[in-house]
Design a binder for this molecule. Sequence first.
Ligand SMILES: Nc1ncnc2c1ncn2[C@@H]1O[C@H](COP(=O)(O)OP(=O)(O)OP(=O)(O)O)[C@@H](O)[C@H]1O
Ligand SMILES: [Mg+2]
Length: 298
Amino acid sequence: MALVSAQEIEAFEDRLGAAVRSGEVDDLDVIGYGEVTIAVKLSTESGDFVCKRLAPLSSEESAARIAEVIARYVGALEQCGIDVVETETPYLEGRDCWVLYCVQPMLPPGSLGPDFLRNLSADEAAPHVRRIFENIRASVTPLVAPDGQLSNWAFDGDRLRYLDVGTPFLRDEDGEELFDFTEVVRALPAPMRLVVHRFLLRGILDNYHSLRGQALDFLGNLIKESLGNLFPSLVPVANEMFELAPKITEDEVRSHYKSDAQTYALIQAARRADRWVHRHVLRKPYPYLLPPRIERSA
Ligand SMILES: Nc1ncnc2c1ncn2[C@@H]1O[C@H](COP(=O)(O)OP(=O)(O)OP(=O)(O)O)[C@@H](O)[C@H]1O
Ligand SMILES: [Mg+2]
């Protein structure tokens, strides 16, 4: 049985679509902004769900294709022993575009990685992080990779669950992406889109398919999550578990984080500028919801 019915998701899209057009999100229960996805809570008679709306898509075919790639991605991760949160991918026609949702049961508050580790000492956190690293080690190959960051894992009772499947890092035998990243890159302003697509995308994606890249991302991201106190003692854990040679260092993690933070800030600034142009020059609604300016810890 479907987690959320077709009518429920249509009614939900009416609300969310209106919020995107007006830029007013106060009536929505937004629980997370990704680079391109927004995650909103939906309460129904059968429980609470998280609906993650992917960037608007150009056609029904491309929505259908993405739904198929996400299903394959979930299957590939499960084959590696990852416990993926049950995910449905309904898609429907919005205004001038198609939208696809990843719908999942909402995990209990406090179970998400950053919340779960929030009040633990480095020693207490280490065994939990080791579990995540085991999952990363078991799944990262040239063909498949999770986005291993802490915010994509939840400690749900005895289960370690993975929840971020909206951007499938999945390649065929020839190394071609199965997911059409042009659909994601479309969320960027035009000049940036070209640069990202032509020069940066492959490198960004390669990073996920390497244990070294995963380690730097995971540890650097702890700084962003204000869990920077945890990362120094986890550097040797990553070196040992991922058998990294040469070993990564604290400095390398810090500079990885810094360049990631700069890229993120640049992208968000460009998108805000693009939104301004849409609203004030083109006099068209800006078709995305942008995250509020966030404070990242330095
Ligand atoms: N099933 C869920 N239950 C509770 N919270 C969730 C659930 N799914 C997502 N969230 C919250 O929303 C955040 C964003 O979701 P997710 O990681 O799937 O997408 P994203 O990282 O925004 O996507 P992108 O890959 O586009 O950056 C999560 O880090 C988590 O805090
Ligand atoms: Mg995520």
